[in-house]
Each structure stands twice: as structure tokens, then as C-alpha cells.
Design a protein around this ligand. Structure first.
Ligand SMILES: NC(=O)C1=CN([C@@H]2O[C@H](COP(=O)(O)OP(=O)(O)OC[C@H]3O[C@@H](n4cnc5c(N)ncnc54)[C@H](OP(=O)(O)O)[C@@H]3O)[C@@H](O)[C@H]2O)C=CC1
Ligand SMILES: O=C(O)[C@@H]1CCC=N1
Length: 263
């Protein structure tokens, strides 16, 4: 099975790295508008490079679209002569499978996914949803290609924009939190790099506790807060700063924006 990535920027490049781990670099083709970008990636991972999108599509069985949402339909339209017998996989935020399929003139099954940048190191989260023509075998093959990316879940299309807000956009929110915690550490006299490591490892461990214990985050939070102690002082400060409202608002804003990106 050959897999092509058309658009190997931040997200397409991250998923291409993951696919090289899952199916082997010899089965992977990179294609980008800026050829140097695809060639640099190919030198790093050992995959092939296609000179243009149509050639990439002709070379592959599974065609992953990594271009921006406002471009994806136009690029798919250029691939129509090569789509018979292939499967199209789009990572474009907010673009519905019906629109992707229409751009492909119904020539092939369509799968929509939503990855995140931690997929580059195998610690990502990916949603997969079936579009027109996609059968179980196509979804299973897409999941096999994505298995080197991290946790893969099937999500119904009506939930894709909300999923994207938490998981696709969320890494940026998490990095903001890590950066802010490190700023606090620097304020308290820690070297920047040390403070950043402490913050990132703390977040990694806390996330693993949620996933591995299955406990409610509120209960895990309570277990850190000693009565009259330092943690509850910090928790109260976060509440005074509107921390939880800010997080909810961030997801809501990203959800609404995702829905509009595909229009
Ligand atoms: N970034 C993220 O965290 C996530 C992004 N996504 C989705 O991934 C997609 C890509 O986003 P992102 O990686 O951030 O964007 P980038 O701009 O980093 O990457 C897009 C790449 O596609 C290239 N490109 C544009 N047109 C073509 C074409 N016709 N043929 C080949 N290559 C082309 C661009 O080249 P050039 O720069 O020269 O124009 C660029 O290198 C979007 O649809 C986005 O919604 C989904 C989840 C998370
Ligand atoms: O910011 C964006 O539009 C994309 C969608 C999900 C993550 N990044």
C-alpha cells in the first residue's frame, strides 16, 4: 500500500512522519508546493518525493490532503483524473465529507480525519470519520497508516468540529499553559529551561493520571489540595483569573471557527 501526503507543512509533515513509522518510509510519498520542504522531509525520513500533486495521487493508494481548508477542494479537483481506485483522506479543519466528495466528483471513497501536531512523535490524538463511499476496509487501512501517530478514535461527523477544538487546536492551549507556568517559575527565581521541563513533565504526568486512572479530574485535583495548603491558594488564584471560563471560551471559539473554515 502506497500513501501520499499532499501538503507537508506542520500537520501533513507530522502525519507523514507517523506514517513512515506505521507502514515504512518506502511506502510513503511527500509532495509540497515548496519542493524544498518535501525534499528536506524526505532526506530526514527516507520517503519518496513527487514533483506535483497529480503525480503524487497517481503514485498512491491512500492520498492524504494536508493543504489549508480554503485550498483543499481546489487541489482535489485537480486530482480527479487520478482518483479512480484510490481513497482520499482529508485532514482539513471544518471541511465536510460531502464537500470533499463533491470536489472529487464522487470518484473515490472519502475519509475525514482530525490529527494534532504531537502525532509527529507518536503521542497524538486522531479522529477518523467515514465519508461517502468509505467502507470498513478503508477506515481500517487509514487507522493502520495512522497507528504510528498515537491514539486513534472514530468520531461521527457531527462531532468533528468540537473534537477539532479540543484535540486539533488544544496543543496550542497546552503550550500557552506550559509557557505561562514556566514564566511563573522564572518569576520565582528558576532558570527558564528548568521551569519549562518541570511544567511540561507535570502536565504529561497529570494527563496520564486522567487517562490511566479514569478518575474525574476534579477528584484528582482535590487529592493535591491540602486544607489551608499552597495548592488551594494557587487554585483560588486561577479561579480569580477566570481560568476555567477562559478554557471553556477557548474551546467554544475554536469550535465555532472550525465550523466556518470549510465554508
Ligand atoms: N497545524 C495543525 O496543528 C493542524 C492542522 N490541520 C489541518 O491540516 C491542514 C494543513 O495545515 P498546516 O499543516 O497547519 O498548514 P501549513 O501551511 O503548515 O501546510 C500546508 C502545506 O501545503 C502546501 N501546499 C499548498 N498548496 C499545495 C498544493 N497545491 N500542492 C502541494 N502542497 C501545497 C503549502 O505550501 P506553501 O507553504 O508553499 O504554500 C504548505 O507547505 C489544514 O487543512 C488544517 O486545517 C488539522 C489539525 C491540526
Ligand atoms: O488552526 C487551525 O485552523 C488548525 C485546525 C486545527 C488545528 N489547527
Amino acid at each position: 500500500m502506497k500513501v501520499a501526503f499532499i501538503g507537508t507543512g506542520n500537520m501533513g509533515g507530522a502525519l507523514l512522519r507517523a506514517a513512515c513509522r506505521s507502514v515504512g518510509a518506502a511506502s510513503v510519498v511527500a509532495c509540497d508546493w515548496s519542493r524544498e520542504k518535501a525534499e528536506a522531509l524526505a532526506r530526514e525520513v527516507g520517503c519518496q518525493v513527487a514533483p506535483d500533486a497529480l503525480t503524487a495521487a497517481q503514485m498512491a493508494d491512500y492520498i492524504f490532503m494536508g493543504v489549508k481548508p480554503h485550498l483543499v477542494r481546489g487541489v482535489i479537483a485537480q486530482l480527479v483524473p487520478a482518483l479512480e481506485g484510490k481513497v482520499l483522506v482529508s485532514m482539513a479543519a471544518g471541511v465536510a465529507t460531502a464537500d470533499l466528495s463533491a470536489a472529487a466528483q464522487g470518484r473515490c471513497p472519502v475519509v475525514r480525519i482530525m490529527p494534532n501536531t504531537p502525532c509527529a512523535i507518536g503521542k497524538g490524538m486522531v479522529a477518523v470519520c467515514a465519508g461517502p463511499g468509505a467502507e470498513e476496509e478503508h477506515l481500517a487501512a487509514a487507522e493502520r497508516i495512522l497507528s504510528g501517530a498515537g491514539l486513534v478514535r472514530r468520531v461521527e461527523e457531527g462531532h468533528m468540529d468540537a473534537f477539532s477544538a479540543i484535540s486539533g487546536c488544544g496543543p496550542a492551549f497546552a503550550y500557552q499553559f506550559i509557557e505561562a507556568l514556566a514564566d511563573g517559575g522564572v518569576l520565582a527565581g528558576l532558570p527558564r529551561e528548568e521551569a519549562q521541563t518541570y511544567a511540561a513533565q507535570m502536565l504529561l504526568g497529570s494527563a496520564a493520571m486522567v487517562l490511566e486512572t479514569g478518575k474525574h479530574p476534579g477528584a484528582l485535583k482535590d487529592a493535591v489540595c491540602s486544607p489551608g495548603g499552597s495548592t488551594i491558594a494557587g487554585v483560588a488564584a486561577l479561579e480569580r483569573g477566570g481560568f476555567r471560563a477562559a478554557a471553556i471560551n477557548a474551546v467554544e471559539a475554536a469550535w465555532e471557527k472550525n465550523a466556518s473554515l470549510g465554508k
